[in-house]
Write a new protein. Sequence first.
Length: 236
Amino acid sequence: MRSGGCVVMIGSLLLATLLAPAVGAHEQKTLTVILTDDGVVAGNVTDVAFVQGNSVWFRMEDSTNNTTMVVQIDTNLDGVFNASDDFDSGELVNACELDENGSLVDETCAVSATHQFMQNATVGTYLFWVHRNHNGSQTVWNHSITVNKDVHEEDGPSPGDCFGIGCDVDEGEQGSEAEAWSATDSPMVLVLAAISLIGMVALTISIATERREDETPSLTKAPEPIVIGQFKKEEE
C-alpha cells in the first residue's frame, strides 16, 4: 500500500533525526611558537589547555643574513628524531621572494610550518628540536610540548553545593538555564517539526490519491454473454 510505505518513510526520517549525534567536535586551537636569533619564544609548551587535536605553528623571525632554521618533532615519542616517522618542517627562512603577481619565485621557500596533533594522539610530552644554521655554523635548541587529554565534561556541583529537592533555586540562574536549553534545542525542534509537516502532507496526498482511484468507475466494456445454443421456431 502506498500509505503504508509513506508511514514507514516518515518514521525512518524521524528516527534518524532523533538518533543524530548532538555532541560537538573539539574546536581546534593553534599555538604560536616564534623562532628568533636568541632562541625560541614560548619554547616549552606546558599549558594544560593544549590538548589532543590542537596544532603548533612555528614562525621564523630571525632576520640575520644567511640564516635558516629547521624544526623537528619526535611525534612517535621514542626520544630521537627519525626522518621517516617524525615531523620535519623543512628549511625555514625569514622572508620569501615574490614575483609581480605575488607568487613565490621559489615554490619550496617557507617562512613557517604547522604540525597538528591527531585527535587520538598519545597523551604525553613530545620533544622538539630547532636547528639554527648561520654561515655554516649550527645551533640546536631543545624544547618540549605537553599534549593533554581532550576531555568533554559538564560542570558538576562544587563541594558544599546544594542540589535537588529542598534546595533554593536562584530564579536568575534558572532562567539562564532555560534560555540555554531553548537556544540549544530550538534547531532540533524546528527540524523535527519540518519533517513531521512534510510527512503529513505526503501521507494526505497518498491517501487522497488512493481513494480517487478506488472511487473512479471502470470504463471497461462488459463482456457479451456466450450463447450455448439457439432454438429456431419450426414453420407450420
